[in-house]
Design a protein around this ligand. Sequence first.
Ligand SMILES: [Zn+2]
Length: 199
Amino acid sequence: MKFKCHCGYLFVNNTDFLRFKGHITADQDLEELHNSVENYHISEKEYINALCNMRCIYQCPRCGMIFIDNDDGGFSVFVPARYVDMNSISEKVKKSPEEHYGENCRLLQSAGGDMWRGWIYGEWYDEKRSWEDVPLRRISINLNSREYDEYSKKHYDSLEEMKADYIRLADELAQKNLIRSARFWVNGKAVTELFREYS
Ligand SMILES: [Zn+2]
């Protein structure tokens, strides 16, 4: 699922552990949800019903606007109080990077903050695919800490260099206990000897 924020940021909701997404449950539904987690004997239907009572909530990493899923294909949209004038938002964010997860845009990140254990993915393609201008050759990083952003901005010309960066980064993050898994693909094929799982 994709949708656009008023500031132009494109939300792409196509994977797990999204930094801009959360789930909210009405207080009136909390007991049902609690029971479904505690009680393994409930039926699959009851479990799904409890999960369905959760709504998705998104916060724009660029301007901080909040979107709550209405379950009818639309959203209830909330503007952060510090932004009063919509026009000033667009002026402000035009100058900011695509994603910055500034102080006011981190509401939906893990309670663990920068110590949340994320993942890295390396993807290398020899040739560009039909919808791309250049072949995909990058390391995607899902961490709350901004310390490693430079890696995800890097476009590689050499597969060996990219692998070396990937391994160095995975080792460093593992040492700091900031990573749960690392994955590497070449031309869409998993390179399992470079996969790492951290408990
Ligand atoms: Zn926005």
